[in-house]
Write a protein that binds this ligand. Sequence first.
Ligand code: FES
Ligand code: FES
Length: 186
Amino acid sequence: MTGLIPIRVSVNGRPRELAVAAHHTLLDALRDDLGLTGTKECCLVGECGACTVILNGRSVDSCLVLAAEADGGTVLTVEGLAAQGRLSALQQAFLDTGAAQCGFCIPGQLLAAHALLGLTPHPDRAQVEEGLAGNLCRCAGYEQIIEAVLRAAGAPPSAAASVEDGAGQRSRPDPAATPDATVAPQ
Ligand code: FES
Ligand code: FES
């Protein structure tokens, strides 16, 4: 007996089968087992939001979720945001506003913002601040990050559709177009 627990999880639209230790977190599984290092490891106690991913449609701190708890679930990581190599409207807005400074917190900020826009497509500033309250930025680039989310939310119809496409990606993914397919072990 290995003591490992077999789990099946859809990651960025791609079915994955893993054997995980009971104490391993979803963050461990994503980074160490699947090589998806876009999800960042920092405080490991749910304080910083660097490890944010979307699990079954809700943003979670993946350092606080056991990998075994994700069995049967659906996970979206930052590697899954850009479909067919095209940045989502949200990612483009982060670029356009200069929101990424050192960049360490940005994957988590993007996933938290993606979840927020999925629930509240046109948030006001207070709603953006609340939606991103669990994501710390040591570079203190909060103004640009908030501006980016508001810009993505208020984008013209074609760009706004990209945001919705990003959400739709979670339920209708094209595994061949998933960026992690080229970096994760098969
Ligand atoms: S590493 Fe998970 S919240 Fe900080
Ligand atoms: S951009 Fe450096 S921590 Fe946020």
